[in-house]
Structures are given as C-alpha cells and as structure tokens.
Design a protein around this ligand. Structure first.
Ligand SMILES: [Ca+2]
Ligand SMILES: [Ca+2]
Length: 86
C-alpha cells in the first residue's frame, strides 16, 4: 500500500473515532434523539448482560450492560437533553 493511502486511512479512522467519542452523551440519550425514553431503554435491553453494542448502552462504562447502566438511564428517565436541538 502506498504511504499516502496508508496515512489517509489512518486519518480517516481517527476522524471516525473522534465522531464516536463526540457522540457519547453526558445524558444517557443512547439513540441521540434528545430524549431519554423507551427507545433508549430498548437499546439497553437489547444489549442486556452483554458487551456494549453500537450505539453503546454502557452508560456506566464497565464493559457490560447491567443494572448499573439501567440505574443511569432511570436517573434521567423522560428528561430532555439540555441544549439538544432537534
Ligand atoms: Ca433517546
Ligand atoms: Ca455498564
């Protein structure tokens, strides 16, 4: 692989990772629709007792989806993400 292409793919991958990190909300709005609601719960439930998926429901970041993550979701249940425009 030519060096330019190699560097290009590295840059592209870094950008992708940055956007993933940026998408990680302080609020447990897993699907980024500005509300913490049943849709987020459904994503959490689909990853229950499993590794985090995409989007990740690992709200209490310890590599597994369990009661700790559910507790975070419940803490913000039915709240709108402050400043979220949609
Ligand atoms: Ca949501
Ligand atoms: Ca967790």
């Amino acid at each position: 692989m030519p060096l330019n292409n190699y560097l290009g793919s590295v840059v592209e991958e870094t950008t992708w990772l940055d956007s993933v990190v940026m998408a990680m909300p302080d609020f447990p709005d897993i699907n980024n629709d500005c509300f913490v609601n049943l849709e987020d719960f459904a994503i959490l439930a689909s990853q229950w007792q499993d590794n985090p998926g995409i989007p990740s429901a690992d709200l209490y970041p310890d590599g597994i989806i369990d009661l700790k993550d559910l507790n975070v979701l419940i803490e913000y249940w039915f709240q709108r993400v402050p400043g979220c425009l949609q």
